[in-house]
Design a protein around this ligand. Sequence first.
Ligand code: B12
Length: 215
Amino acid sequence: MPSCPLETGELINLLVAALLELDRNAARDCFQRSALVPLAFAETVLAPALERVGTGWERGEVALSQVYMSGRISEELLDEILPPQQLPDTSHPAMAVAVLDDFHPLGKRIVSSVVRASGFRLADYGLIGVDDLVRRAQNDGIRILLVSTLMLPAALRVRELKECLDRDLPGTRLVVGGAPFRLHPDLWWEVGADGTSATASGVVPLLRRLIAELP
Ligand code: B12
């Protein structure tokens, strides 16, 4: 007999336990028992579970190797449940997403899935530094750039990115996200970005507004 779907809190507890025990099968079961669509699972269960793993590390209760393996298992799970989507063939200003100077790609992965699932074309520049990012954005004529950072020093480098964009690609809109921007709600405008969202799903209405406002 199929078991009842579990509550979000229970799912997060189960997933945290699976990640800390490095149990890939239990992590996969957790998704299957959730009865959630992949993007909802990623945003409401996986992201909070990883955040809890990070808090455990900060308190000295979790080893860095467990944080590392939690990230790996989560990446594998996302690869399984969120297959790469075809780029939709729609016309709107060119957009790209990247992780700036940081090795935390899971947030970007979820954001790009949500944006593409909403019908937008989005180039993915992967993990990249300021100079290469500006060069690629310039070559592709990017009008809206989405940047994910999880380390505070990387978030602060957005200021430098903004200055380079203003010089080399004026008018490009910059949307930022990731842990530092969730923890410091004013940081996005302090670094000169045009918007942020604490969740991947919140980015879609923000993009629609920015597109409508572009000259
Ligand atoms: C997993 C993890 C790792 C893994 C990453 C593996 C991987 N494949 O991604 C590994 C082990 C490699 C790692 C390494 C390190 N980590 Co780490 N890590 C984490 C952890 C636990 C989870 C991050 C994560 O993937 N979350 C899940 C994703 C889905 O959440 P998210 O990125 O926030 O994304 C959501 C939203 O923010 C938003 N979003 C994200 N991006 C964007 C972009 C836009 C445009 C928008 C609109 C929205 C948006 O949408 C997403 C979905 O809702 C965090 C804890 C935390 N609180 O975040 C620490 C954390 C980020 N790590 C930290 C640290 C310190 C490190 C290391 C320096 C540790 C070390 N001593 O070596 C290294 C540095 C690596 C580097 N140079 O970047 C600190 C950063 C502290 C700081 N203030 O800078 C944190 C916060 C842990 C802590 N509490 O101290 N880490």
